[in-house]
Design a binder for this molecule. Structure first.
Ligand code: ASC
Length: 135
């Protein structure tokens, strides 16, 4: 019965999609593609922090690519061979997302926001570069 694996994959994909949706405006503000709005930035950063811990429980046994479930997932099989590193990268992201929420709520400092958006984005990329398929 593949239902549980299918649900776990859908769950983590939707959690990551929700993360990207909420991180998007922060990235756009940091790049100057969107006007800086301290209130929106704080709201988005708080969401990102809370969402950051959520996707990982969806990476259940037998849910990576090539695990024979036939469901589309970008989660490479090598993730399973490097689990400690995968968890370390999750933790790095959670820590940067926590700092992001702090930076944004503590002061109305655009330079600090920009710096922390970049640091957070880097932790997204670190994991994607290693464990997410490009197609
Ligand atoms: C985003 C997003 C990601 C990361 C990544 C960072 O806004 O959706 O997956 O930043 O692009 O390089």
């Amino acid at each position: 019965d593949g239902t549980k694996v299918e649900d776990a994959i859908k769950y983590r994909q939707s959690a990551l999609t929700t993360l990207a949706w909420n991180f998007g405006p922060l990235g756009a503000m940091a790049k100057g593609d969107m006007d800086y709005d301290a209130e929106e930035a704080a709201m988005r950063a708080k969401r990102v922090q809370e969402l950051a811990v959520m996707p990982w429980e969806g990476f259940i046994e037998g849910s990576l690519r090539n695990d024979g479930h036939g469901i589309e997932t970008a989660a490479l099989a090598k993730t399973g061979d490097n689990w400690d590193d995968f968890e370390k990268k999750q933790q790095d992201f959670e820590e940067e997302a926590t700092k992001l929420a702090e930076v944004v709520s503590n002061d109305d400092d655009f330079a600090a926001l920009r710096k922390q958006v970049a640091a957070t984005s880097k932790t997204c990329k670190n994991c994607h570069d290693e464990y997410r398929a490009e197609n």
